[in-house]
Design a protein. Sequence first.
Length: 273
Amino acid sequence: MSALAGATVAIIGAGKMGFAMLSGLARGDKPARVVVVEPKPTPEAAGFCRAQGFELMSAVDAGAEPVGALALAIKPQTLEAAAPELHPLVGPQTLVLSILAGKRIADLSARLPAQAFVRAMPNTPAAIGRGITGAFASAAVNQRQRGLAQALLASLGEVEWIDREELMDALTAVSGSGPAYVFLLAECLAAAGEAAGLPADLAMRLSRATVAGAGELLRRSPELPPSTLRENVTSPGGTTAAALGVLMAEEGMKPLLERAIAAAARRARELSG
């Protein structure tokens, strides 16, 4: 039986990640009841909730009853103002699942009267159910609540649990921000192709298809490390080897990415205080 069976879930915020979670729940096992709190829903979100039978409200009624899981998908900077209005939805057994970037469990527990908290960091491919989410559970989260969090996050894609909250900053730098690095690669690959003489539109089509295809090959080859897939493309003395000689030089891609990840993790720590 699904961990969502019989559960009441409230999703606070129907922006990109909130809507991604709603879409994932609609594709899989639905909770018994889904409440969506969004003051300014888009027409798409409003229509989707109606079609799926999700309850859409602009604010939490003071007489609302506690829910099994409260998923926070609002902007981090709005937590301070929003938290008091959410108190009616929080009871002794409520799991609070936060996907608020930079907000630590200490920040959440100081503002919401709950015991069990899960902090998570998804990424944008969650919009098509192909995201990956890193998650950390507070000590008070029991097995049932962890299963509920797993089911909710699995609606976005794969889930990886970590056992130390401080790892969330590095995780955010790698997978949370990671899609942007891949999109930049596609940008740069197309620009380099154009500089080499290709028409701009052709260079972009080649770049997009190459990045997407390589990513899918990587996904479908879990038994092979990326280095093996790279070596499979590389003939000694060939064109790929010539390009890799530049990318794998002492000041090439590896040290550049290490500096980029370090900068992103440092900024994540700064934002979380």
